[in-house]
Design a protein around this ligand. Structure first.
Ligand code: ADP
Length: 488
């Protein structure tokens, strides 16, 4: 199907979805115009979806399929994503404003989530323990055959953000499906389009009805109903730290397990012995790409004093070089912020910082055109009392400060409540690995940024999250462990 024809079917399906709540307007962030309006599904739809998921789980239509049968269907999902990659990329790029090239380049990784986790379907196993035990209050030793079983959680709730709609959906759906869970799935209200198509492909591939249940609605309605639902055993969430905390509170009712992938204020250390050209380029890409709307964006850059001026100038030049525009504008390298709300938020941080004495080296303003575009912004003369230095901005805003030695660099880097990612640019091998230990973040990258692989665990320290995605940890997150004891 052409992208235009697919768009029309997706919009028709979205508007036809039943709901009991408010109307939600999906806005094109490049034109500020409405793409479509749909009805919030409301809490009743969540109840019904959870009931369907529970029934499908208890019937074992997915959870009790042999691993190889689940794997085969997951491979089919991957193939269908490849087949429809163009259409999905167009939907995400229309919905988020990201360059079409960026959306297109991300699609193979999305399909690969299903292939990678398809491999795990046949490798879910516990351990055996050859134990001789006296029990707790006896002195008679008996032989035991003891083993663990890895079992799917049951009904899980998957809640995604808007910044990478299809990527985030695949990152959660693939391991949850591989584990044998049934699920309710909620994309962000700003970006529901690609989820509609993915949902269709998942069912076309052969996932039985009732296993994957898409819900379209607001976070405070549909999302909150998922996280409070007594029959949802686990919630996996990607989004802001603030909402992550709300989810933890809401999950207390049935003590549901929670996996959180939250915000960051990731430091980037650039030493005077680094390949400066590469460091400047990647540190710039690491904050300006996707207009800074990525959880691992390096929003605090620290530079060794001897090369500080050179790096500051280099990053500022890159900020001016990045061409902003809509997906179909010639040469555009980065898109707008997602919404008026985000624009107001990002500009609020910049304006407040300016009034407190932050120096704007470049940027600091929105573009004089339609769309929620903020000029890539480089700030210096900032300090730890400023909100813009402490809080996640989620925009194309970077602070650049000098440091003198390792201890100072590490202290500044770790001086944050977050701990998602950290980067060191240095050609001193020993220092690089020392920093690998000392930097308090779930992911430390050395002489590289924006790296990812399905096999490598990803999770946040401190207030950047709970648990891990990707790799074996990624499927373990959807499995619980049971110990079985048999007296011989
Ligand atoms: P961002 O700050 O990136 O917009 P949010 O944390 O606000 O991210 O939202 C990420 C996802 O969480 C979205 O799908 C949103 O609808 C959902 N969400 C927002 N509030 C809640 C809530 N109270 N309970 C559950 N989900 C929520």
């Amino acid at each position: 199907m052409t992208s235009t024809a697919t768009l029309q079917t997706v919009l028709d399906e979205l508007t036809a979805r039943p709901g009991t709540g408010e109307k939600i307007s999906v806005i094109n962030p490049v034109t500020e115009e409405q793409i479509v309006e749909f009805t919030d599904c409301g809490a009743q739809a969540v109840d019904e979806a959870v009931a369907r998921a529970k029934a499908s789980f208890e019937a074992g239509v997915w959870s009790e399929l042999p691993g190889r049968a689940r794997a085969k269907i997951m491979w089919k999902i991957a193939d269908l994503i490849d087949e429809h990659a163009d259409e999905i990329a167009h939907l995400d790029s229309l919905n988020t404003g990201m360059p079409l090239m960026q959306a297109t380049l991300g699609l193979p990784n999305c399909a690969e989530f299903f292939r990678y986790y398809a491999g795990w379907c046949t490798k879910i196993s516990g351990n055996a323990y050859d134990v001789k035990t006296a029990g707790i209050a006896t002195d008679t030793w008996v032989d035991m055959h003891t083993y663990t079983l890895k079992e799917p959680y049951g009904v899980v709730g998957l809640i995604f953000p808007w910044n990478g709609p299809i990527f985030n959906a695949c990152a959660k759906l693939a391991p949850a499906l591989a584990a044998g869970c049934s699920m309710v799935v909620k994309p962000a209200e700003e970006t529901p389009l690609s989820a509609i198509l993915l949902n269709r492909l998942i069912h076309e591939a052969g996932v039985p009805e009732g296993v994957v249940n898409l819900l379209t609605g607001y976070g405070h309605t549909a999302g909150a109903a998922i996280t409070a639902h007594p029959d949802v055993e686990k919630v996996a969430f990607t989004g802001s730290t603030e909402i992550g905390k709300e989810i933890v509170r809401a999950s207390a009712g049935n003590l549901k397990k929670v996996m959180l992938e939250l915000g960051g204020k990731s430091p980037v250390l650039i030493y005077d012995d680094a390949d400066l050209q590469k460091a400047i380029f990647m540190a710039s890409m690491g904050i300006f790409v996707h207009s800074g709307q990525g959880c691992v964006c390096g929003s605090r850059v620290f530079v060794q004093r001897g090369v500080y001026d050179e790096v500051l100038e280099g990053i500022s030049n890159m900020a001016n070089f990045v061409k902003l525009g809509g997906p179909d504008e010639e040469g555009c390298m980065s898109g707008p912020l997602i919404s008026q709300k985000q624009l107001t938020r990002v500009m609020g941080y910049i304006d407040e910082g300016k009034s407190e004495g932050a120096e704007v080296v470049t940027g600091g303003h929105r573009l004089d055109r339609k769309g929620y575009f903020v000029h890539p912004t480089v700030l210096t003369n900032v300090n730890r009392d400023m909100r813009l230095y402490q809080e996640e901005i989620f925009g194309p805003v970077v602070t650049v400060l000098p440091f003198d030695d390792d201890d100072e660099a590490v202290a500044m880097a770790n001086d944050t409540t977050y701990g998602l990612a950290a980067t060191a640019w240095t050609n001193d091998l020993s220092r690089a690995h020392r920093l690998g230990k000392r930097l308090q973040a779930g992911t430390v990258t050395i002489n590289c940024q924006l790296v990812f692989d399905h096999a490598v665990p990803f999770g946040g320290y401190r207030q950047s999250g709970w648990g891990h995605e990707f790799g074996q940890e990624g499927i373990d997150a959807y499995l619980k462990t049971k110990s079985v004891w048999a007296q011989l």
